[in-house]
Design a protein around this ligand. Structure first.
Ligand code: PLP
Length: 440
């Protein structure tokens, strides 16, 4: 085989070459077909090869693909910002477009710090978060991430922003159940704020459903209401990292909507471009923008390709496609159908400890034994094995962590395109069952 100079995730591994994609399927050069039950990395939310998106890309490319944000704006960027303001709850009206989820969370973090600075408060510069979380790979976003594996090599360069436990009911550190637990894991935030000092803290950031670090951990009912109240009581902004959950993945435009909470700032990514173009955003409320609008009048962030017209045209077309085909309305029903089938597999396979998640962001946690919930030994590499076995069967699933520390556990995320049909869900479950049969 010819020598490759491309830096792939594992340098000495051979990766199939994908030739094309159609709907929820990918096809490699050898002719093998894959059911994309991960939407890549929870990204290809409307499936592959959608004509409307391809046409929107072509149309924009014929006009202009790049204008520099410091010099010009574009119709598509303006229209996209307007549509996001309409589609998101409350007065989350102001979009700052970037190119990746990591840039979106870092921009959200900077906006929160700037908000306090513009109000004359310079000490509020920390942004707290949770252990068992993933907010991105760049150093600022990694500082926010309670993802031990991804932090390990860079610890001396990182801030210690993760401070509290996640709402991980399957392994509750207090051995209690919601709601009678009184949401002690949320109240840990109050303790952390008191210890650090509210005068030092700009914001708290959390994923509504914990993705890569936890394997689709959805919170109990009043968890986020409790978190938001603590933030408000202590003059701390609440940032929802909806990079994985936004644009309809859980059945509402933002997952925060399920729990009746409107964040001060939201980070969006992944599904925004649905894999057709790199685009992400930090979306701020009127409250956050007000002191900036009446102060410096400029958000201190930005990348060369911010608000790139080509990417904005794609994201606009994705929203229009979701709207025209009423896709988000169908997510809850499809998600329930898939979750029910996954739960049924628990009776068949004793290594399925937990089935969880929201909408079409579902997770399965693997354990040595259902009754003890003991995790597999770390060096058994169960998640990696499961992902590889599934791939052999022609099924793509997304590897994730689990465990209170985010490392001592194995889970996978099942997050097919939101356009998946019931028949395709049946095929997905069939391939997953075959995978588990090989494993057991
Ligand atoms: N935030 C969340 C919740 C994510 O899941 C991810 C990526 O997995 C990111 C941020 C970082 O996004 P990106 O990989 O586009 O930088």
């Amino acid at each position: 085989m010819e020598k490759s100079f491309l830096i792939k995730p594992v340098l000495d591994e051979t990766y199939p070459v994908i030739e094309y994609g159609k709907g929820i399927f990918l096809f490699d050069k050898e002719g093998k077909k894959y059911l994309d039950a991960a939407s890549g990395a929870v990204t290809a939310n409307i499936g592959h090869g959608v004509t409307e998106i391809i046409e929107a890309m072509q149309e924009q490319a014929k006009k202009v693909s790049f204008v520099y944000r410091s010099q010009f704006t574009s119709d598509v960027a303006e229209m996209l910002a307007k549509k996001i303001a309409e589609w998101t709850p409350g007065d989350l009206n102001w979009s700052f477009f970037v190119n990746s989820g990591s840039e979106a969370t870092e921009t959200a973090m900077k906006m929160a710090i700037q908000y306090w600075q513009e109000k004359g408060i310079k000490t509020k510069i920390k942004v707290l978060s949770r252990w068992v979380s993933y907010h991105g790979i760049t150093l600022g976003a990694l500082s926010l991430s309670g993802h031990t594996g991804r932090r390990a090599r860079f610890v001396p360069l990182l801030e210690d922003f993760p401070v509290i436990n996640p709402p991980y009911c399957y392994r509750c550190p207090y051995n209690l159940e919601a709601p009678s637990c009184g949401y002690l894991c949320a109240h840990e935030l109050e303790t952390a704020i008191k210890r650090i000092g509210a005068d030092q803290i700009a914001a708290f950031m959390a994923e509504p459903v914990i993705g890569a670090a936890g394997g689709a951990i959805a919170p109990p009912k009043d968890y986020f209401k409790t978190i938001k109240k603590i933030c408000e009581d202590h003059d701390i902004l609440f940032i929802a990292d909806e990079v994985m959950t936004g644009y309809g993945r859980t059945g509402t435009m933002l997952a925060s909507e399920h729990w009746g909470v409107i964040p001060d700032i939201v980070a969006l990514g992944k599904g925004m471009g649905a894999g057709y173009a790199p685009i992400a955003a930090a979306v701020a409320s009127e409250k956050v923008m007000e002191p900036i609008l009446s102060g410096s009048k400029s958000v201190m962030s930005g990348h060369t390709l911010s608000a790139n017209p080509q990417s904005c045209a794609v994201s606009l077309a994705v929203l229009e496609y979701l709207e025209k085909n009423k896709i988000i309305n169908k997510v809850e029903g499809r998600g329930n159908y898939l979750k029910y089938q996954l739960e049924k597999l628990q009776d068949q396979f004793s290594f399925i400890g937990d089935v969880r998640g929201k909408g079409l962001l579902l997770g399965i946690e693997f354990v040595e034994d259902q009754s003890t919930k003991f995790p597999f030994p770390r060096n058994a590499l169960i998640t990696q094995k499961m992902v590889a076995l599934a791939k052999e069967k022609g099924l793509l699933v997304y590897p994730a962590g689990a465990g209170i520390d985010g490392i001592n556990g194995d889970s996978i995320i099942i997050s097919p395109p939101l356009t998946i049909t019931e028949r395709e869900i049946d095929l997905l479950v069939h391939l997953l069952t075959e995978t588990f049969e090989v494993f057991s």
